[in-house]
Design a binder for this molecule. Structure first.
Ligand code: ATP
Ligand code: MG
Length: 282
């Protein structure tokens, strides 16, 4: 499969006047993201996730190593061209609104990219329909719920027809329902349009849905793997301060209590099924 993004031994330190040896916020990070993948990046506070996101979109440039997008090394010269093929959604939807209505807001970036008016109107409608906000064209963004705001922010990104969608804690300010709405939307978009998604999240339940998970710790990549591979190392994840998904925690506790359980249980459904079929129905 085609490569969309690669980090090649990337390091970055924030400069602080007083510090002689600044601490590396991102330290020798390498990984590759292929077309069509959904990648979750997880890690405790301060492990370098947002810094990685800023390096991916050219808000920061690495001190060492290369960031390659669409098989091209990102430089100050090609950054705008590269960025035009990416959509970003960040944590706080309120800081992302610029338009006075939902449709103006989604149109904003298109206008900046010089998309002709007719096409802009079509794309705005399409994108808002994709996120199920087609009935809210003339609503004021500030009066929407958190989940609706994040869906409008995603529509703004989608209207650009990006090859890559990068989200940094896009669901973290939402309640469980809003979070589910956004996650389900991303799943659907991925399935329908083959969009490549990189999602930074604290929520390991959300990370379970990704194709691969990158675990960050102290600026470095601790491990990369499928959700099965990653959660097989549950203890290690807890040691670096991550909250395991509920079903995994419960099955770990049941094992400690001496219950004989097969395999890993990533979802509550899997756990309930095994408990039911192999323990309670005997
Ligand atoms: N603008 C900045 N100036 C100086 N240091 C910074 C700046 N932004 C982040 N850092 C430091 O860089 C390190 C990595 O921060 P980063 O924001 O990338 O972590 P994160 O994994 O996104 O954390 P969180 O989960 O809290 O969002 C931290 O030690 C942080 O204090
Ligand atoms: Mg962050």
């Amino acid at each position: 499969m085609r490569e969309i993004l690669s980090m090649d031994n990337v390091s970055y330190s924030y400069r602080d006047e007083d510090e002689k040896e600044p601490k590396k916020a991102v330290d020798g990070v390498s990984f590759t993201v292929r077309e069509d993948e959904w990648i979750a990046i997880v890690g405790h506070n301060g492990s370098g996730k947002s810094t990685l996101a800023k390096l991916m979109i050219g808000l920061l440039f690495p001190d060492e190593g290369d960031v390659n997008l669409f098989i091209e090394k990102m430089t100050e010269d090609n950054m705008w061209e590269i960025r035009s093929q990416m959509g970003f959604v960040f944590q706080n939807p309120d800081n992302q609104f610029v338009g006075s209505t939902v449709q103006d807001d989604v149109a904003f970036a298109l206008e900046n990219n010089g998309v002709p008016f007719e096409e802009m109107v079509t794309r705005v409608r399409e994108a808002l329909a994709q996120v199920n906000m087609g009935d809210f064209l003339d609503h004021e963004p500030h009066h929407l719920s958190g989940g609706q705001k994040q869906r409008v922010a995603i529509a703004g990104a989608l209207a650009l027809h990006p090859r890559l969608l990068i989200m940094d804690e896009a669901t973290s300010m939402l309640d469980p329902q809003g979070r589910n709405e956004v996650i389900r939307l991303v799943e659907e978009l991925k399935r329908k349009t083959g969009l490549t998604v990189i999602s930074i999240t604290h929520d390991l339940e959300e990370a379970l849905l990704a194709d691969r998970i990158i675990v960050m710790n102290k600026g470095k990549v601790l491990t990369v793997g499928s959700p099965d591979q990653i959660f097989a190392r549950g203890k290690e994840l807890e040691e670096i301060g991550l909250d395991l998904p509920f079903a995994l925690r419960v099955s770990g506790l049941l094992r400690e209590l001496g219950m004989d359980l097969d395999g890993e249980h990533m979802t509550e459904e899997e756990l309930v099924n095994e408990l039911w079929t192999s323990h309670f129905s005997k």
